[in-house]
Design a protein around this ligand. Sequence first.
Ligand code: TYD
Length: 202
Amino acid sequence: MTKGLFITFEGADGCGKTTQIELLDKYLKENGKQTLLTREPGAKGLGTKLREILLNYDGEVSPQCESFLFLADRAQHIDCIIRPALQEGKVVLCDRHTDSTVAYQGYGRGLDLDRINMLNDIATGGLKPDLTIVFDVDVETSMQRVGKEKDRMESAGMEFFNKVRQGYLEIAKKEPERVKVINSSDTIENIHKQVMELIKEL
Ligand code: TYD
């Protein structure tokens, strides 16, 4: 049994979730909560090596291989970092998790969704976030925010990112209890307020 709270932040590149996760972390710490701010891919240790390959390898990478690398990182992250923190009663804030693989490798790259869900389940040992917040913004805006310097994933193109965005919206439709969507084209302060509403409900 886990004692802490597990909250994941999701959305396409440039959606603004990293700014929001940092604001929430600051708020919770100031209010006496013990938090762990972490991310996928590549929280630390072995994960940082996998992150380097996933974001910067410039040769061919098959979609299956890409999925397994993200999943390997996730298994390590869950076993060595997330589960122990939850057992200590911490609030774990994770920048990307299982839904990224569904949105990017499933909806984006076109891999079978049932298989990805099954593999995610194996990687996490069945542990699910208590709350997932999807930051939704149109692809033009998110690509402008990413800027010209793009990593391997960010270079996948507009069509790919439209599929990723639709993927996240589908995930939210399928699991409305766990997954909440916030319109991320608003100001940083207004988006933070919406995040706080969701946290208070939780
Ligand atoms: P990162 O620089 O962490 O992006 P962001 O700041 O937008 O979170 O890069 C992570 C990239 O990896 C991002 O493009 C999304 C992608 N990704 C997947 O394709 N599948 C996954 O399972 C995960 C965790 C990330």
